[in-house]
Design a protein around this ligand. Sequence first.
Ligand code: SAH
Length: 254
Amino acid sequence: MVNFVGAGPGAKDLVTIRAYKLIASAGIIIYAGSLVNPELLGYANKNCQFYNSAEMTLEEIIDVMSDASSKGIEVVRLHTGDPCIYGAIREQMDRLDSLGIPYAYCPGVSSFCGAAASLNIEYTLPGISQSIIITRMEGRTPVPEKESIESFAAHNSTMVLFLSTGMAGELSHKLVSGGYAGDTPAAIVYKSTWEDEEKYVCTIETLEETAKKHNITRTALIIIGDVLMQGGYKRSELYNPYFTTGYREALTGD
Ligand code: SAH
């Protein structure tokens, strides 16, 4: 059995109880060494073998899984954050399917949730934005033309950019040419929830300058949108005393 497990954004206690148990009982852990906090490996048992996937190809990873499966060894494939976002899990699952190796998926706390916690923000403020666009600048992995930064920027919603801090200058141009005002609030969160976390609130126009000043090129998220402002939003209707919900009658009168 192979378990794809979300390792959370960094802090070693930000994993689910299920993830903790799977790590503790694994015979082999293949972890994304570039981003997974090595302290999580401390939850493993003393006989566990470790493989750093940063140094491996997909074929090598599958070989380890397949060999373990033939010996009845439980494998944990530890991915940073939640594996469903830029985790490259589908290609592993497809190969396991073709080899007839069973697998399960244990979700984790994505770094975009970790970053909201670091900044104490809500991405979906009534009256400001009710949508989060999660995307990235094109790198070695191409981004489909229909998903250009400019086209997403036209929505002026909350946007979270993974894998893009090294291209902050180009990103700012695209965001502004797509429709955000240059002074729209922006934030850079580096190693959210790790002990050496850093976070900076700036504007779209000052993103590159802020990233350069603090020497941040990777392991960071860029967050864009007016939700980063203090105030300016409407209160929720759900908790409004003059609004009836399925669980509570509205107050009447003045
Ligand atoms: N599956 C992961 C994302 C993997 S892609 C998740 O759900 O978070 C790798 C990118 O994620 C990094 O380049 C960075 O943009 C972001 N990232 C991962 N961990 C991070 C953290 N602790 N703080 C800020 N950004 C992080």
